[in-house]
Design a protein around this ligand. Structure first.
Ligand SMILES: C[S@@+](CC[C@H](N)C(=O)[O-])C[C@H]1O[C@@H](n2cnc3c(N)ncnc32)[C@H](O)[C@@H]1O
Length: 223
């Protein structure tokens, strides 16, 4: 599905969100800034076309690696990275079987990716595995809008308007029907925080973004 929309993915992200997606990714980098120090290693899982990986690479001294299992998305990420001062390596791999040793990263991020995994619980455990003890995790994902009137309005936009525009621009209406459908099945803010704790993260906290359309969950690996 992602291979089919790769060429229009960035354009549609920015168009359908009115560019708000960019500020969400910048917030991830600002939140993680204290960990993005020289010598630190960051893995951006389900990196897609690399937008978060590149923001993280530019936000500090840490070295960032992006990983995704969709080659056409990675090809776009590599093209975007090629012009940067420190090119980000983009690796093909499965988020549920990461090709890295235990405890090999200081920070792991996943933006709009956890929802797509066959198992959220297994995904969180695998993200924890490659983190060193006390390493930080950040999960950026669509969530449950918290303001009642806005919630109804957003639902209408997300389920009725967005699939039409997404379908017209990308040629794949199915991919943009899958988006609201997968979000409706994804755990809300509190449940995701609980799943993170169950997977072995502590200091779990979340911040609602744009009225809860998205949420940024953070935590640290228990020892
Ligand atoms: C909605 S995109 C998010 C891309 C990027 N993180 C962003 O913020 O725009 C979801 C990405 O998850 C990737 N993905 C889904 N399941 C995966 C898996 N099991 N392993 C690796 N990547 C996966 C897809 O290929 C796709 O690029």
């Amino acid at each position: 599905m992602f291979a089919g929309i790769a060429g229009r993915y960035d354009l549609l992200n920015h168009l359908l969100s009115g560019n708000v997606d960019k500020s969400w990714r910048r917030l991830v980098a600002r939140t993680l800034r204290p960990s993005l120090v020289e010598g630190a290693r960051v893995l951006d899982v389900a990196c897609g076309t690399g937008d978060l990986s590149l923001v993280l690479e530019g936000a500090g001294e840490a070295r960032v690696v992006g990983l995704d299992f969709c080659r056409p998305m990675l090809e776009i990420a590599r093209r975007k990275a090629a012009s940067g001062a420190r090119p980000v390596p983009f690796v093909e791999g499965d988020a549920l079987r990461l090709p890295f040793a235990d405890c090999s990263f200081d920070v792991v991020t996943i933006a709009f990716g956890l929802r797509n995994l066959a198992s959220v619980e297994d995904g969180l455990r695998e993200l924890r595995r490659i983190l060193r003890p006390a390493g930080r995790i950040a999960v950026l994902e669509f969530s449950d809008p918290v303001v009642p009137g806005f919630r109804a309005l957003f639902r209408f936009y997300f389920t009725r308007v967005l699939p039409r525009i997404g379908g017209l621009v990308s040629g794949s209406r199915g991919a943009y029907e899958y988006l609201p459908d997968s979000v409706s099945k994804f755990p809300d803010q509190k449940r995701l925080a609980a799943l993170m704790r169950e997977a072995g993260f502590e200091e779990v906290a979340y911040k609602n973004l744009t009225g809860g359309i998205a949420a940024l969950h953070t935590g640290a690996r228990t020892p």
